[in-house]
Write a protein that binds this ligand. Sequence first.
Ligand code: CP3
Length: 339
Amino acid sequence: MSYSDFLNAIKAQDHEGIPVWFMRQAGRYMPEFSQIRNGRSIREMCKDTETVAHITELPVRKLGVDAAIIFHDILLPLEAMGLRVEYGKDGPSVRSNVMDLMARGKFFEYSKENDNYPLPESIHKFREGNPGVPLIGFSGGPITLASYIISEKRDGDLSLVRRMIHNEPQRFSEILRILTEMIIGFSKAQLRAGVSVIQIFDSWAGYLSGDMFSKIYSSYLREISAELSGLAPTIYFSTGTWHVQSVLEELGFDYLSVDWRRDILSYSNAIKESLGIQGNLDPALAASDLNVVKAEVMRIANGMKWKNNYIFNLGHGVPQFGSENILKEIVREVHSVTR
Ligand code: CP3
């Protein structure tokens, strides 16, 4: 592993090898995960700083990746805003009606005093045990978080969100404003505690129409990048957003994390060089024939190695069927490329 390659690449500075980490690198695909979990829910696990620090360092030790990402979830800070979050077999859900809460003045602005998760302490604990390991902090993106709040679970193609944008624009903008404030405060709290980078996970933003994204949504993202700019490098991850490509480039984030559907080589030639790129191996390859995996890793790594601000990753999170061995091989392969 090379922590300095990661830290240099994220700042677009010269470095030797291509850095690599994986979204959702600490998860259920790992045999140790269920041992450490020991029957607990993710909510319980995230209240235990020892557990969080331990799980966060696991992929660094086992896979040899160049950065860690703090173990938490994008929905957990919603609890500090008056919402009840639950993790069930069919994915997470928000067990509160936001309209009702708003009507009763019970949908609050986020404050870290109301946040019951000791995330800063977990970050300190990780830092103590792993000095020098780059640590990525994160938050959900406003529309991705809004989708869980408005539909009370994942809103497949954002149809409820889009309906609200059309029919109740004022209520929508109030929800987005409150979420944007949270994202900024929550990210800054992680930075104060010692993370080196912030990634915004906006997984479902691609379901907005081009007009909605550019005319209504992008201002919230610009506010986030402006508030974090100068404090730490920022990465914006989204999927299915090629229809808003030119808007993405002007959001003010240092890096764009690209999903697996896009041809990353032609993409990197088309955008301005100052913009960093992260991605975008097909997550389906996280458990596939090793020769097929290696060929695809090499195609991407060799095609992207000219770029000082490039970080290897998957095009989305590690799937549950991911194989630790294959991920290890991917890391080894990426690290074998000299720039
Ligand atoms: O990357 C990491 O290793 C750090 C931890 C992390 C989690 N969630 C832990 C988690 C990160 C970065 C996330 C981000 C997240 N959470 C996103 C954005 C990335 C993406 O995948 O699109 C989203 C949309 C969520 C919301 C969420 N949380 C979903 C959809 C799910 C269920 C599906 C799944 O993959 O598990 C969760 C639960 C969750 N978040 C678990 C973990 C380890 C599983 C909890 C459990 O097993 O009960």
